[in-house]
Design a protein around this ligand. Sequence first.
Ligand SMILES: Nc1ncnc2c1ncn2[C@@H]1O[C@H](COP(=O)(O)OP(=O)(O)OP(=O)(O)O)[C@@H](O)[C@H]1O
Ligand SMILES: [Mg+2]
Length: 256
Amino acid sequence: MLELRHIKKSYDNVTILEDINLKIQDGEIVSILGPSGCGKTTLLNLVLGLTPADQGQILFDGKDITKVPMEERGFNIVFQDYALFPNLNVYKNITYGLRNKPDISTKEEVDEFIELLGLKEHLNKKIDQLSGGQKQRVALARTMVMKPKILLLDEPLSALDGVIKESIKEKIKEIARDFHLTTIIVTHDPEEALTLSDKVLIVNQGHISQYGAPEEIITAPSNNFVKEFILNQLEIKRNNIFALFHQDLTRNAQVV
Ligand SMILES: Nc1ncnc2c1ncn2[C@@H]1O[C@H](COP(=O)(O)OP(=O)(O)OP(=O)(O)O)[C@@H](O)[C@H]1O
Ligand SMILES: [Mg+2]
Protein backbone atom coordinates (compact mmCIF):
# COMPACT_ATOMS: atom_id res chain seq x y z
CA MET A 1 0.00 0.00 0.00
CA LEU A 2 1.09 3.54 -0.79
CA GLU A 3 0.22 6.15 1.79
CA LEU A 4 0.66 9.93 1.77
CA ARG A 5 0.36 11.65 5.14
CA HIS A 6 -0.02 15.40 5.49
CA ILE A 7 2.03 16.12 2.38
CA LYS A 8 2.71 19.78 1.69
CA LYS A 9 4.56 21.29 -1.25
CA SER A 10 5.33 24.91 -2.15
CA TYR A 11 7.21 26.50 -5.00
CA ASP A 12 8.64 29.99 -4.41
CA ASN A 13 6.48 30.45 -1.29
CA VAL A 14 3.31 29.58 -3.19
CA THR A 15 1.55 26.54 -1.74
CA ILE A 16 0.90 24.02 -4.52
CA LEU A 17 -0.32 21.08 -2.42
CA GLU A 18 -1.65 21.38 1.11
CA ASP A 19 -2.17 18.56 3.62
CA ILE A 20 -2.59 15.71 1.13
CA ASN A 21 -3.70 12.46 2.80
CA LEU A 22 -4.18 9.43 0.64
CA LYS A 23 -4.08 5.63 0.64
CA ILE A 24 -3.70 3.51 -2.50
CA GLN A 25 -4.02 -0.28 -2.23
CA ASP A 26 -1.78 -2.68 -4.17
CA GLY A 27 -3.05 -3.32 -7.68
CA GLU A 28 -5.45 -0.38 -7.67
CA ILE A 29 -5.80 2.00 -10.63
CA VAL A 30 -6.21 5.55 -9.35
CA SER A 31 -6.87 8.57 -11.56
CA ILE A 32 -5.84 12.04 -10.47
CA LEU A 33 -8.24 14.52 -11.95
CA GLY A 34 -8.25 18.30 -11.79
CA PRO A 35 -7.85 21.53 -13.75
CA SER A 36 -4.57 22.65 -15.31
CA GLY A 37 -2.09 23.88 -12.72
CA CYS A 38 -3.83 22.28 -9.71
CA GLY A 39 -0.78 20.19 -8.82
CA LYS A 40 -1.33 16.81 -10.51
CA THR A 41 2.16 16.42 -12.00
CA THR A 42 3.66 17.74 -8.77
CA LEU A 43 1.84 15.00 -6.85
CA LEU A 44 3.20 12.31 -9.20
CA ASN A 45 6.70 13.74 -8.90
CA LEU A 46 6.44 13.60 -5.11
CA VAL A 47 5.46 9.91 -5.22
CA LEU A 48 8.19 9.19 -7.78
CA GLY A 49 10.79 10.91 -5.61
CA LEU A 50 11.75 13.47 -8.24
CA THR A 51 10.52 16.33 -6.05
CA PRO A 52 10.97 16.46 -2.26
CA ALA A 53 7.96 17.29 -0.04
CA ASP A 54 8.23 20.26 2.34
CA GLN A 55 6.26 18.45 5.01
CA GLY A 56 4.59 15.09 5.57
CA GLN A 57 5.42 11.47 4.95
CA ILE A 58 5.22 8.97 2.12
CA LEU A 59 4.95 5.30 3.12
CA PHE A 60 5.16 2.24 0.89
CA ASP A 61 4.24 -1.15 2.36
CA GLY A 62 4.44 0.47 5.78
CA LYS A 63 7.99 1.73 5.26
CA ASP A 64 8.77 5.44 5.38
CA ILE A 65 10.22 6.31 1.97
CA THR A 66 9.95 10.10 2.29
CA LYS A 67 13.73 10.45 2.15
CA VAL A 68 14.45 7.43 -0.08
CA PRO A 69 15.93 8.62 -3.41
CA MET A 70 14.01 8.09 -6.64
CA GLU A 71 16.23 5.24 -7.98
CA GLU A 72 15.73 3.21 -4.80
CA ARG A 73 11.94 3.60 -4.68
CA GLY A 74 11.48 1.34 -7.72
CA PHE A 75 8.56 3.33 -9.14
CA ASN A 76 8.46 4.46 -12.74
CA ILE A 77 6.79 7.16 -14.75
CA VAL A 78 5.60 7.80 -18.29
CA PHE A 79 5.93 11.55 -18.75
CA GLN A 80 3.40 13.92 -20.28
CA ASP A 81 5.65 14.38 -23.38
CA TYR A 82 6.77 10.69 -23.60
CA ALA A 83 10.51 11.68 -23.43
CA LEU A 84 11.65 9.03 -25.92
CA PHE A 85 15.12 9.03 -27.49
CA PRO A 86 14.71 10.29 -31.09
CA ASN A 87 18.08 8.91 -32.28
CA LEU A 88 17.34 5.33 -31.16
CA ASN A 89 14.95 2.92 -32.81
CA VAL A 90 11.81 1.59 -31.10
CA TYR A 91 13.43 -1.60 -29.78
CA LYS A 92 16.40 0.29 -28.33
CA ASN A 93 14.05 2.78 -26.69
CA ILE A 94 12.04 -0.04 -25.10
CA THR A 95 15.09 -1.85 -23.76
CA TYR A 96 17.05 1.28 -22.80
CA GLY A 97 16.59 0.88 -19.03
CA LEU A 98 17.66 -2.77 -19.18
CA ARG A 99 21.19 -1.91 -20.40
CA ASN A 100 22.43 -1.56 -16.84
CA LYS A 101 19.87 -3.88 -15.24
CA PRO A 102 19.49 -6.80 -17.66
CA ASP A 103 18.06 -9.13 -15.02
CA ILE A 104 14.80 -7.23 -14.56
CA SER A 105 13.11 -8.65 -17.69
CA THR A 106 14.02 -11.67 -19.82
CA LYS A 107 14.03 -11.47 -23.62
CA GLU A 108 10.71 -13.41 -23.58
CA GLU A 109 9.13 -10.92 -21.20
CA VAL A 110 10.29 -7.98 -23.35
CA ASP A 111 8.76 -9.70 -26.38
CA GLU A 112 5.53 -10.23 -24.44
CA PHE A 113 5.19 -6.49 -23.71
CA ILE A 114 5.99 -5.68 -27.35
CA GLU A 115 3.31 -8.12 -28.45
CA LEU A 116 0.79 -6.87 -25.89
CA LEU A 117 1.24 -3.27 -26.99
CA GLY A 118 1.16 -4.12 -30.70
CA LEU A 119 4.65 -2.82 -31.48
CA LYS A 120 6.17 -5.84 -33.23
CA GLU A 121 6.13 -4.39 -36.74
CA HIS A 122 7.57 -1.05 -35.63
CA LEU A 123 10.72 -2.19 -33.78
CA ASN A 124 13.22 -0.89 -36.34
CA LYS A 125 11.55 2.47 -36.84
CA LYS A 126 12.91 5.75 -35.49
CA ILE A 127 10.68 7.62 -33.08
CA ASP A 128 9.79 10.38 -35.56
CA GLN A 129 8.39 7.73 -37.92
CA LEU A 130 5.70 6.84 -35.38
CA SER A 131 2.21 8.19 -34.77
CA GLY A 132 1.28 9.73 -31.41
CA GLY A 133 -0.44 6.55 -30.25
CA GLN A 134 2.55 4.40 -31.25
CA LYS A 135 4.92 6.72 -29.37
CA GLN A 136 2.69 6.44 -26.35
CA ARG A 137 2.78 2.64 -26.53
CA VAL A 138 6.60 2.68 -26.85
CA ALA A 139 6.77 4.88 -23.75
CA LEU A 140 4.50 2.41 -21.91
CA ALA A 141 6.52 -0.62 -23.04
CA ARG A 142 9.79 1.05 -22.02
CA THR A 143 8.39 1.63 -18.55
CA MET A 144 6.72 -1.78 -18.21
CA VAL A 145 9.86 -3.81 -18.98
CA MET A 146 11.41 -2.24 -15.87
CA LYS A 147 8.59 -3.85 -13.81
CA PRO A 148 7.95 -0.88 -11.56
CA LYS A 149 6.32 -1.41 -8.16
CA ILE A 150 4.11 1.54 -8.99
CA LEU A 151 3.36 2.79 -12.50
CA LEU A 152 2.85 6.54 -12.77
CA LEU A 153 1.30 7.93 -15.94
CA ASP A 154 1.08 11.65 -16.63
CA GLU A 155 -1.74 12.32 -19.11
CA PRO A 156 -0.92 9.21 -21.15
CA LEU A 157 -3.93 9.61 -23.42
CA SER A 158 -4.18 13.36 -23.85
CA ALA A 159 -2.57 13.43 -27.31
CA LEU A 160 -4.76 10.63 -28.58
CA ASP A 161 -8.33 10.29 -29.62
CA GLY A 162 -11.06 7.91 -30.64
CA VAL A 163 -10.32 4.25 -31.18
CA ILE A 164 -6.60 4.50 -30.32
CA LYS A 165 -7.39 6.17 -27.01
CA GLU A 166 -9.86 3.40 -26.14
CA SER A 167 -7.43 0.64 -27.11
CA ILE A 168 -4.57 2.07 -25.04
CA LYS A 169 -6.96 2.56 -22.13
CA GLU A 170 -7.85 -1.12 -22.37
CA LYS A 171 -4.13 -2.06 -22.52
CA ILE A 172 -3.40 -0.06 -19.39
CA LYS A 173 -6.26 -1.81 -17.57
CA GLU A 174 -5.13 -5.21 -18.83
CA ILE A 175 -1.51 -4.67 -17.78
CA ALA A 176 -2.50 -3.33 -14.36
CA ARG A 177 -4.80 -6.32 -13.77
CA ASP A 178 -2.48 -9.02 -15.16
CA PHE A 179 0.59 -7.77 -13.29
CA HIS A 180 -1.32 -6.62 -10.19
CA LEU A 181 0.37 -3.30 -10.72
CA THR A 182 -0.54 -0.22 -8.72
CA THR A 183 -1.17 2.47 -11.32
CA ILE A 184 -1.62 6.20 -10.82
CA ILE A 185 -2.83 8.11 -13.87
CA VAL A 186 -3.09 11.87 -14.23
CA THR A 187 -5.79 13.19 -16.48
CA HIS A 188 -8.00 16.21 -16.88
CA ASP A 189 -10.71 14.28 -18.66
CA PRO A 190 -13.48 13.19 -16.24
CA GLU A 191 -14.82 10.53 -18.58
CA GLU A 192 -11.37 8.94 -18.86
CA ALA A 193 -10.95 8.97 -15.08
CA LEU A 194 -14.38 7.53 -14.38
CA THR A 195 -14.13 4.71 -16.90
CA LEU A 196 -10.51 3.70 -16.37
CA SER A 197 -9.97 3.59 -12.65
CA ASP A 198 -10.95 1.88 -9.42
CA LYS A 199 -10.74 5.20 -7.62
CA VAL A 200 -10.69 8.84 -8.64
CA LEU A 201 -8.79 11.52 -6.77
CA ILE A 202 -10.15 14.97 -7.52
CA VAL A 203 -7.75 17.79 -6.79
CA ASN A 204 -8.59 21.46 -6.78
CA GLN A 205 -6.31 24.33 -5.78
CA GLY A 206 -3.91 22.08 -3.93
CA HIS A 207 -6.56 20.23 -1.92
CA ILE A 208 -8.28 16.89 -2.30
CA SER A 209 -11.83 17.69 -3.31
CA GLN A 210 -13.01 14.08 -3.22
CA TYR A 211 -11.45 10.61 -3.31
CA GLY A 212 -13.65 7.65 -4.11
CA ALA A 213 -14.89 5.03 -6.52
CA PRO A 214 -16.35 6.34 -9.81
CA GLU A 215 -19.94 5.41 -8.76
CA GLU A 216 -19.50 7.34 -5.55
CA ILE A 217 -18.24 10.45 -7.37
CA ILE A 218 -21.17 10.35 -9.78
CA THR A 219 -23.91 9.55 -7.30
CA ALA A 220 -22.61 11.49 -4.30
CA PRO A 221 -20.35 14.39 -5.32
CA SER A 222 -19.08 15.80 -2.05
CA ASN A 223 -19.05 19.49 -3.01
CA ASN A 224 -19.84 22.03 -5.69
CA PHE A 225 -16.45 21.81 -7.36
CA VAL A 226 -16.85 18.09 -7.97
CA LYS A 227 -20.39 18.65 -9.19
CA GLU A 228 -19.45 21.46 -11.54
CA PHE A 229 -16.05 20.31 -12.76
CA ILE A 230 -16.87 16.67 -13.30
CA LEU A 231 -20.53 16.38 -13.89
CA ASN A 232 -20.97 19.53 -15.96
CA GLN A 233 -18.10 18.54 -18.22
CA LEU A 234 -19.68 15.16 -18.75
CA GLU A 235 -23.00 16.86 -19.39
CA ILE A 236 -21.41 19.24 -21.93
CA LYS A 237 -19.83 16.30 -23.71
CA ARG A 238 -23.12 14.46 -23.78
CA ASN A 239 -24.95 17.51 -25.11
CA ASN A 240 -22.31 17.92 -27.82
CA ILE A 241 -22.79 14.33 -28.87
CA PHE A 242 -26.57 14.81 -28.97
CA ALA A 243 -26.10 18.03 -30.96
CA LEU A 244 -23.89 16.25 -33.50
CA PHE A 245 -26.33 13.39 -33.72
CA HIS A 246 -29.17 15.82 -34.23
CA GLN A 247 -27.22 17.62 -37.00
CA ASP A 248 -26.67 14.30 -38.73
CA LEU A 249 -30.34 13.47 -38.49
CA THR A 250 -31.29 16.85 -39.93
CA ARG A 251 -28.75 16.49 -42.73
CA ASN A 252 -29.96 13.00 -43.57
CA ALA A 253 -33.54 14.21 -43.53
CA GLN A 254 -32.59 16.94 -46.03
CA VAL A 255 -30.87 14.41 -48.29
CA VAL A 256 -33.98 12.28 -48.30
N1 LIG B 1 9.61 23.40 -10.68
C1 LIG B 1 8.67 24.30 -10.44
N2 LIG B 1 9.00 25.53 -9.98
C2 LIG B 1 8.06 26.47 -9.72
N3 LIG B 1 6.74 26.27 -9.88
C3 LIG B 1 6.34 25.07 -10.33
C4 LIG B 1 7.28 24.04 -10.63
N4 LIG B 1 6.59 22.94 -11.07
C5 LIG B 1 5.28 23.31 -11.03
N5 LIG B 1 5.14 24.56 -10.59
C6 LIG B 1 3.83 25.26 -10.40
O1 LIG B 1 3.02 24.44 -9.59
C7 LIG B 1 1.67 24.47 -10.03
C8 LIG B 1 1.19 23.05 -10.28
O2 LIG B 1 1.91 22.52 -11.39
P1 LIG B 1 1.65 21.06 -11.95
O3 LIG B 1 2.61 20.86 -13.05
O4 LIG B 1 1.70 20.10 -10.81
O5 LIG B 1 0.15 21.21 -12.46
P2 LIG B 1 -0.75 20.16 -13.24
O6 LIG B 1 -1.98 19.95 -12.41
O7 LIG B 1 0.04 18.97 -13.62
O8 LIG B 1 -1.16 20.99 -14.56
P3 LIG B 1 -1.39 20.49 -16.08
O9 LIG B 1 -2.75 19.86 -16.11
O10 LIG B 1 -1.36 21.77 -16.86
O11 LIG B 1 -0.28 19.56 -16.46
C9 LIG B 1 1.63 25.37 -11.25
O12 LIG B 1 1.17 26.63 -10.85
C10 LIG B 1 3.09 25.43 -11.70
O13 LIG B 1 3.36 26.66 -12.30
MG1 LIG C 1 0.74 18.18 -15.48
